[in-house]
Write a protein that binds this ligand. Structure first.
Ligand code: HEM
Length: 474
């Protein structure tokens, strides 16, 4: 359990949440003009109803909140609600048609192949790579001027991209290309949102598609040459090649058909693993650090927990399991700021119902962890940041039905354990060395596009923590 903790005199803290939409305004039109995110367009009722309906252009959209209906869409009837074709469409310039956006038999085969790579990147093997990347981050942080605001979201994107780079490709990722990927993905997300909204309104999308292709190419250029070089080395029969996730992808064979990945297909899978595997964790970590900065007492309790569990030594594999409070902070951050805020599905055929409402073929069905996690009928004080809730009967009951930051069913995240291990390690190591403080006036505003990011970034202050002897902690 780690050290005990309590809310004590802490006031209920409600972290940033966009206001509700009041006026009419067409959903698709507002999104198509860009700038605003879907979160600004949600009316208050979205957080109270069991299921809602809206229209984007000519398309009907079901918003599903009730836990049993969410379950039917994502788990029991999952084959009737494949990922929406918009997802394939807007991600294609970035990840081709690979694990995240494929459907049907194609997806099933890809999952069988990529699962073999996940088995190779097991947590024990990944841990030293994570620790090395985190140590490099700590070195960078120790060298920076503590009086300058720290762009936490950029730093988290760099370290998580570095971790996944080391895990997949056995090579670190330098700060400059990491920053370029971060910026390119922001631009990609803005343009992808417009493509989606304009498509729904049957308006021209070519300009934003062109920008997506440009940004997609820029991101892929950071790893595609490495994948091709490795394929060539394997073909030449080179010895002593790294035994990493890419090696497992190259070696993977479909147990049913014997199929394997070509170099081009492997680039697409690496793109999925790279993006799904760092952007999400980076978003969660940046929010978690901001929430800890806003709650100095809680932050100190996390620091005490790490000190009690690890003392002054370097963390070893398995050590993150002893950080109960840090785990609850991570879980509560994922509840309030799920990095993938909407799961979009499409009814594959007519003849099915959702809560007695007939669904037509092609209708969009949206499950939003952002909304479900903040639903007034499913959680007590849903907008309050309270890591303690996961230790109460009521909180655990809510979590059983209405907590899904990693998705559910066959398309659930295969990287959840990886993300949890790296995030706990990062939070513990940062809090151990630094006191995290807010920057006056810098309040991050959540914006949901493909992933949840903070408009204007997450800017914080870091001050080195001194041990009782006055020496900065090792
Ligand atoms: C906090 C971190 C993360 C969160 C919250 C997260 C969340 C999710 C969610 C919600 C989905 C399913 C989306 C849907 O059903 O529409 C998903 C899929 C996926 N995630 Fe993660 N993820 C995280 C980290 C990772 C990591 C570290 C990896 C890889 C190492 C990863 C790889 C994937 C892949 C490959 C898929 C597609 C699976 C499929 O469709 O078969 N994710 N993730």
């Amino acid at each position: 359990m780690g050290v005990g903790y309590s809310r004590g005199a802490m006031q209920p803290y409600v972290p940033p949440k966009p206001g509700y939409r009041s006026g009419a305004g067409r959903l698709g039109g507002v999104l198509a003009r860009g700038g605003r995110s879907i979160l600004n367009l949600l009316p208050r009722q979205a957080y109270t109803v069991q299921m809602g309906q809206a229209r984007i252009g000519r398309r009907r959209v079901f918003l599903v909140n009730a836990p049993e209906t969410v379950r039917s869409v994502l788990v029991t009837d999952a084959q009737h609600y494949p990922k929406h074709h918009y997802i394939e469409d807007i991600l294609r310039p970035l990840i081709g048609v690979s694990l995240f956006n494929a459907n049907g038999a194609d997806w099933a085969q890809q999952r069988r192949l990529v699962d073999q790579a996940f088995a190779a990147a097991n947590l024990r093997r990944a841990f030293p790579l994570m620790r090395a990347a985190v140590d490099d981050l700590l070195d960078r942080l120790a060298r920076r001027d503590a009086r300058e605001p720290w762009p936490a979201d950029v730093a988290m994107a760099h370290v998580t991209a570095d971790i996944i780079f080391r895990t997949i490709l056995s090579t670190p990722l330098a700060p400059e290309p990491a920053q370029q990927v971060h910026d390119a993905f922001r631009s990609y997300q803005e343009n992808a949102q417009r493509v989606m909204a304009l498509s729904a309104l049957h308006l021209p999308t070519w300009l934003h598609r062109w920008r997506c292709r440009q940004m997609g190419a820029r991101i892929r250029a950071s790893f595609a040459p490495l994948v091709h070089a490795r394929y060539a080395a394997v073909a030449r029969g080179e010895a002593d090649l790294p035994q990493d996730m890419l090696a497992a992808l190259i070696a993977a064979r479909d147990p049913d058909t014997g199929a394997r990945l070509s170099a081009a297909q492997a680039v697409d899978q690496v793109a999925t693993l790279f993006l799904a595997g760092h952007e999400t964790s980076a978003s969660t970590l940046a929010w978690a650090l901001y929430l800890l900065a806003c709650q100095p007492e809680l932050q100190q309790q996390v620091r005490d927990e790490v000190a009690a569990a690890w003392g002054d030594r370097a963390p070893e594999f398995g050590d993150t399991r002893h950080l109960a409070l840090t785990q609850d902070v991570f879980k509560e951050t994922l509840r309030l700021y799920p990095p993938i805020a909407f799961y979009l599905r499409e009814a594959a055929e007519a003849g099915r119902c959702l809560r007695d409402k007939p669904v037509a073929q092609g209708d969009m069905v949206a499950v939003s962890p952002w909304i479900v996690h903040r639903h007034e009928g499913l959680w007590a004080q849903p907008d309050v940041f309270d890591p303690c809730r996961f230790r109460t009967e009521a909180g655990l009951a809510s979590a059983r039905g209405a907590y899904l930051p990693f998705g559910m069913g066959p398309r659930a995240c295969p990287g959840a354990a990886f993300a949890t291990q790296e995030s706990l390690l990062l939070l513990a190591q940062i809090v151990r060395r630094f006191r995290i403080e807010t920057v006056a006036g810098a309040v991050p505003v959540p914006v949901a596009r493909l992933t949840l990011r903070a408009l204007g970034g997450v800017r914080l202050c870091l001050r080195p923590v001194r041990s009782p002897s006055g020496v900065p902690q090792a």
